[in-house]
Design a protein around this ligand. Structure first.
Ligand code: CA
Length: 233
């Protein structure tokens, strides 16, 4: 099997080299970039399997800017991104995940943690990106193009709400706790407060509401949420 390629975007050479050495020992191929413009060229040229992206980068564009830009790009949005940040910037966590990052690691991290996070994100992203469109009621979700349509109308949906909906539509008629949803959609290693899921549920309902499908996202009292095309009893 061919090694998976990781793009390491980090401006501090010592950290970058430490990461690259670790990942190569773990069987990954690595590409490197010091800033956003270099990173963009690498992504377009080589389409890495995953991007490790430092938050603070030189040259006017931060990692988070780049993350947002990639997640808006139809051709590149499915490449998973793990944000790296220095200690003390943990407030940025939710902001990073909101921008579509798949996971989040605070420096300093152990090399073992880094490798296990990368593997977990790669596993999850391949599980969520099946290639067959999923239909439910009048909703359709196409994992290949990452498009959602409601009765044939294109639905404008953010990256986190897309992942949440993709999970729901591939696991219909089952109740999930907030913790389970966080694990499934963000991965168990990420520290996100339970109420964060409520925010994304609200946003998802708002996105579906104009088409009359907000009711598919149902609150299950005492448990959490469920996706169902049946009227809530
Ligand atoms: Ca940096």
């Amino acid at each position: 099997m061919q090694n998976e390629t990781v793009l390491v975007v980090e401006d501090e050479p010592a950290i970058r080299e430490m990461i690259v050495t670790t990942l190569e020992m773990a069987g990954f191929d690595c590409l490197q970039a010091e800033d956003v413009s270099e990173a963009h060229n690498r992504v377009v040229d080589a389409r890495p399997a995953i991007i490790l992206l430092d938050w603070m980068l030189p040259g006017g564009q931060s990692g988070i800017d780049f993350c947002r830009r990639l997640k808006k790009d139809e051709l590149l949005s499915e490449i998973p991104i793990i944000m790296l940040t220095a200690k003390g910037e943990e407030d940025n966590k939710v902001q990073g995940l909101d921008a579509g990052a798949d996971d989040y690691i605070t420096k300093p991290f152990s090399t073992r943690e880094l490798v296990s996070r990368i593997k977990a994100v790669l596993r999850r992203s391949s599980a969520l990106s099946g290639d067959k469109p999923i239909e439910a009621g009048g909703l359709s979700l196409d994992p290949m193009s990452q498009r959602v349509t409601a009765d044939g109308n294109s639905v404008d949906i953010g990256p986190t709400e897309y992942r949440l909906l993709a999970f729901f539509m591939s696991h219909p008629e089952r109740a999930y706790t907030r913790t389970q949803l966080l694990d499934q959609v963000w991965g168990g290693n990420v520290y996100v407060e339970d109420r964060t899921i409520d925010v994304h549920i609200r946003r998802l309902r708002k996105v579906l509401d104009p088409y009359g499908y907000a009711g598919f996202i149902q609150t299950v009292r005492g448990t959490g949420y469920r996706f169902s095309t049946q009227t809530q009893g």
